[in-house]
Design a protein around this ligand. Structure first.
Ligand code: NAD
Length: 505
């Protein structure tokens, strides 16, 4: 496990991991990592140079030949072992997330569990990677397909899920026979070294999994490296678009998942208590720093008043404090800079004329050290307001009122993002119409955060995903493999001699 800082230790260092060991870096830049509940510096992360990236990719490239030819059952066994080790260390992993990211321990543990489920899925790789076979497609001719690994794969991940999002990527990539370079968020990099050490303990050969820390210098070097075959990115939309365009222009396979503005529609027939509870968890859990958080409530017809009546007291009763206290509902934001950004959106919403129902800027918790902000609720927002249009990524819910169900659908379909959405209703016909007609990648029906399980796939539409494939599940297996189809004829060759016309069966 990575070293923990104690009062006697020098500050915890977060290094690179290359070729099965901690790697010295020639970089002269370091980033500060903060305990977001106290505002104290808790670690220092190396900001890798192009030379570090070169070393990591070289290690992954050299390891590919051996790993891609390792029998699939042996690759699966590494995943079985990794599953056991994550289960053994899950509390330590969650504690690292809570310290660096700030989310409450129970929530951090939940995110480890959701990542672990992808490892469990990857344990089934011998079955998942199987090809297809058709015999006698012509006289004496058989046709079969196989899926082969693509080469060196890169994962670039955001700050909000330092365990779950990397686990969406590397277990499947590695199980498929690829080698991997992870570039985690520089804001909470601690877990990345845990993955490296656990994979090493699980018996993964050196070079198959590598970590380069840092920022855009490392990212851009990875995107430019011609030995890299595929890039999985998760983060904000502007960066996702940059990664998608650059990596595809450089001939790589790319899946780049971006930002979101997720709407939850409440129809007048919904159970308002249930809808309000759902909104509390989905809007304010993890301080709103989830790409599937609900940030826009669409109240249809006369649902707004009864919903508000239930929602407001629940928001005011939220328990906010350090993530180390498991009785808290919500922890701090990731950095002071991010808190200021979220706070500035509350100012903007007020100036734009949205009605501030609960104001997180004045919450008692903001007097504590750390990057806390209270939960905020706007009502009467309109579709042209920035507070409605833009991703805030904090504990700010914005309610928009519409007269009809069709207006709600149009509002969501017109939005630039299409990650997740949800509807609360008792009407099966409306729910079905919603699921079929909505232009969003992941839909919940009386489920506020419809994150697909590991054996389905995760991905948004519109400007929430650039590229053709969603992440993990069978889409993940397809992303991390190339299809090869073989047509064969045995054993006496083409008896009639050469054939110059297009063969037909
Ligand atoms: P971010 O885009 O700032 O950073 C993501 C990664 O890109 C980090 O590793 C970072 O070092 C790197 N990066 C940042 N700026 C870069 C640049 N200019 N050039 C190259 N690389 C750069 O995102 P974040 O703030 O860490 O995470 C929050 C965002 O991620 C939100 O927008 C959220 O919606 C999104 N997110 C999306 C999903 C999803 O599945 N769609 C999941 C989680 C988070």
């Amino acid at each position: 496990m990575a070293q923990k800082a104690t009062a006697l230790d020098a500050i915890r260092k977060v290094p690179n991991w290359i070729n099965g060991q901690v790697a010295e870096s020639a970089a002269d830049r370091y980033g500060d990592v903060f305990d977001s509940a106290t505002g104290e510096r808790c670690a220092e992360v190396v900001m890798s140079s192009e030379a570090d990236v070169d070393a990591a990719v070289a290690a992954a490239h050299a390891a590919f030949e051996g790993w891609s030819k390792t029998p699939v059952l042996r690759r699966a066994r590494v995943m079985f072992k990794l599953k056991e080790l994550i289960e053994r260390d899950r509390d330590e992993i969650a504690a690292m997330i809570t310290q660096e990211h700030g989310k409450v321990l129970h929530d951090a543990l939940g995110s480890v569990q959701r990542g672990l489920e992808v490892v469990e899925f990857a344990c089934g790789i011998p079955h998942l990677i199987k090809g297809e076979y058709s015999d006698q497609v012509g006289t004496g001719v058989d046709c079969y397909s196989m899926r082969q690994p693509v080469g060196v794969c890169v994962g670039i991940t955001p700050f909000n899920f330092p365990a779950m999002v990397p686990l969406w990527m590397f277990p499947l990539a590695i199980a498929c026979g690829n080698t991997f370079v992870l570039k985690p968020s520089e804001k909470d990099p601690g877990c990345s070294l845990m993955w490296a050490e656990l994979l090493h303990e699980a018996g993964l050969p050196p070079g198959v999994f590598n970590v380069v820390q840092g920022d855009q210098v490392a990212v851009n070097a990875l995107l430019a490296d011609e030995r890299v075959a595929a890039v999985s990115f998760v983060g904000s939309t502007p960066v996702a678009e940059h990664v998608y365009k650059t990596a595809s222009a450089n001939g790589k396979r790319v899946q780049a998942l971006g930002g979101a503005k997720n709407h939850l529609v409440v129809l007048p027939d919904a159970d308002m208590e249930q809808a309000a509870d759902a909104l509390i968890g989905a809007g304010y859990g993890s301080a709103g720093e989830r790409c599937m958080a609900i940030s826009a409530v669409v109240a249809v017809g006369d649902s707004a008043e009864p919903l508000l009546e239930k929602l407001k007291p629940k928001i005011e009763a939220l328990k906010i404090g350090p993530g180390t206290d498991n009785s808290n509902d919500m922890g701090p934001l990731i950095t002071e800079e991010h808190r200021e950004k979220v706070r500035s959106y509350i100012d903007i919403g007020e100036k734009e004329g949205a009605k501030l129902v609960v104001d997180g800027r004045t919450h008692e918790i903001t007097k504590s050290p750390g990057y806390f902000l209270g939960p905020t609720l706007f009502d009467h927002a309109t579709r042209d307001m920035r507070v409605y249009r833009e991703e805030i990524f904090g504990p700010v819910l914005t309610m928009i009122r519409v007269d009809t169900f069709d207006e709600a659908i149009k509002l969501i379909n017109d939005h630039e993002y299409g990650n997740g959405t949800s509807i609360f209703t008792r009407d099966g016909d409306a729910a079905r119409e919603f699921a079929n007609g909505i232009e969003v990648g992941m839909v919940g029906i009386n489920v506020p955060i419809p994150v697909p399980l590991a054996f389905h796939s995760f991905g948004g539409w519109k400007r929430s995903l650039f590229g053709d494939t969603s992440i993990y599940g069978m889409e993940g297996v397809r992303f991390y493999t190339r299809l090869k189809t073989i047509t064969s004829r045995w054993p006496t060759g083409i008896r009639a001699g050469a054939d110059f016309s297009m063969p037909t069966m």
